[in-house]
Design a protein around this ligand. Structure first.
Ligand code: 5AD
Ligand code: SF4
Length: 439
């Protein structure tokens, strides 16, 4: 039996796909890269913007032919789209070739749903929400030397544009001991770098008052640091609202935590930040980044920006451009606002026309690309520590401490190792350099 799996969206989905492949391996499924050879096609979907959803629907259209050619082919939809309330009806109307949808809360039910589908159950939907965290599910990981580790699930912040709290549920933290046990296991299996994942890692253990088996995110980093053989710790994503002072200090003093903080600001305008319900203003954000820079001088800050939020004026946009220049982010993900059904912003007045959003995106990208280049150029001549991840045509590539994608000459067998790389060339999206040896 063979499975074809496509993953959309963020690292939370990537991590879920590892679990999906783990569950399927237990059932005897092997992975295939060709839909035509698959007995099972799974889509692990994303809801964050309309574009991500449209991609899935158009891809589902192309799958009809495989179902026709092989009627017992099973097609399943997992992930965030599968958790949207009206998705069951929508799929039945628009994509009846789909056998089941399974939301984000109960991935462990996947084997059962597949067995039911094979038994001729007809369309199934499991969108049940739960606060229970199922530990120790199997997984199949793409890289031995790095591993994704969930620390929290869901989000409680309800930014007015964001669908995540609806599709990923309310915030839940894993017990610290469970996180550390998985971390130790990954390191024993050969992982040198761990990436701690959460929609808002800074809120780790918050609901439990950072007490008992939870602690704070800073506590978690301190404990993870002690794992022998672990060389680097990354984490995603930080929310400016919950970024605690002691966390800055822990990162500053750590030998293993990468000096990279992804700190989405979304907008530089106080009016828009309020309307987004972000819970901070421009001044607080700037003070936070200054505090971080003071204590961690070599830190790389990166961010997310949304343009064209309802009511955004030229002046608001200018505030965002100014903030980008003021902070000097190493890179930024920039998005056009996409109305999501069920979120407050989708019902707000003064929605911005697409044409205008495109123009604003262009403006933001131009400013940020100049910043990317400036930050990258400041690294020329420096030695950066890069974990080599991939090799192609004589070139190794991997991420430097500040998450910069870096290319340098080397052998295929050198992946999975840390290299000291002297930077010789800076581009907007990448760095180039020469390896000066392992380190
Ligand atoms: N439209 C556009 N971008 C969005 N993001 C989240 N929701 C939306 C939306 N409705 C962006 C934010 C977030 C990133 C993961 O996606 O910038 O930080
Ligand atoms: Fe997309 Fe958000 Fe779901 Fe990640 S959590 S897959 S970004 S909707």
């Amino acid at each position: 039996m063979r499975v074809f799996l496509t993953t959309y969206g963020c690292q939370a989905n990537e991590r879920d796909s590892e679990t999906i492949l783990g569950l399927l391996a237990q059932m005897g499924y092997e992975k295939t890269n060709e839909e035509s050879k698959a007995d099972l096609i799974l889509l692990n979907t994303c809801s964050i913007r309309d574009k991500a959803e449209q991609k899935v629907f158009s891809y589902l259209g192309t799958l009809k032919q495989y179902k026709k050619a092989k009627p017992d082919l099973v097609i399943g939809l997992c992930g965030c789209m599968a958790q949207e309330t009206d998705m069951g009806d929508l799929i039945r109307q628009r994509a009846p070739q789909v056998d089941f949808i399974l939301g984000t809360h109960r991935l462990h039910r996947l084997p059962e749903m597949i067995r039911n589908a094979l038994g001729g159950a007809g369309f199934q939907a499991d969108q049940e929400e739960t606060t229970e965290i199922v530990e120790a599910l199997p997984s199949v990981r793409p890289y031995r030397f790095k591993a994704l580790i969930n620390i929290t699930f869901g989000c409680d912040h309800f930014c007015s544009y964001c669908i995540v709290p609806y599709v990923r549920g309310r915030e839940r933290s894993r017990r610290m001991e469970d996180i550390l046990a998985e971390s130790r296991l990954r390191v024993e299996e050969g992982a040198k770098e761990l990436q701690f994942l959460g929609q808002n890692v800074n809120a780790y253990g918050k609901a439990q008052g950072h007490a008992g088996p939870y602690g704070s995110f800073a506590d978690l980093l301190v404990q993870a640091e002690k794992i022998d053989g672990l060389e680097r710790i990354r984490f995603l994503t930080s929310h400016p609202r919950d970024f605690a002072e002691d966390l800055i200090q822990v990162i500053a003093e750590s030998r293993k935590v990468a000096r990279h903080i992804h700190l989405p600001v979304q907008s530089g305008s106080n009016r828009i930040l309020r309307s987004m319900n972000r819970g901070y203003d421009r001044e607080t954000y700037l003070a936070l980044t200054e505090g971080i820079r003071r204590q961690i001088p070599d830190v790389t800050l990166t961010t997310d920006i949304i343009v064209g939020f309802p009511g955004e004026s030229d002046e608001d946009l200018q505030d965002t451009l100014d903030l980008l220049n003021q902070v000097g982010f190493g890179s930024a993900f920039t998005f056009m606002y996409s109305p999501r059904k069920g979120t407050p912003a989708a019902k707000m007045d003064k929605q911005i026309p697409l044409q205008e959003k495109r123009k604003r995106l262009q403006a933001v990208m131009e400013v940020q690309q100049a910043n990317n280049l400036r930050v990258h150029q400041s690294l020329i001549g420096k030695e950066l520590r890069v974990l080599a991840e991939n090799w192609e045509d004589g070139l190794l590539s991997g991420r430097a401490e500040g998450n910069q994608l870096t290319y340098f000459a080397g052998e295929a067998g050198e992946t999975g190792k840390f290299h000291q790389v002297r930077i010789t060339k800076a581009r907007i999206w990448t760095l180039e350099g020469e390896s000066c040896g392992h380190g």
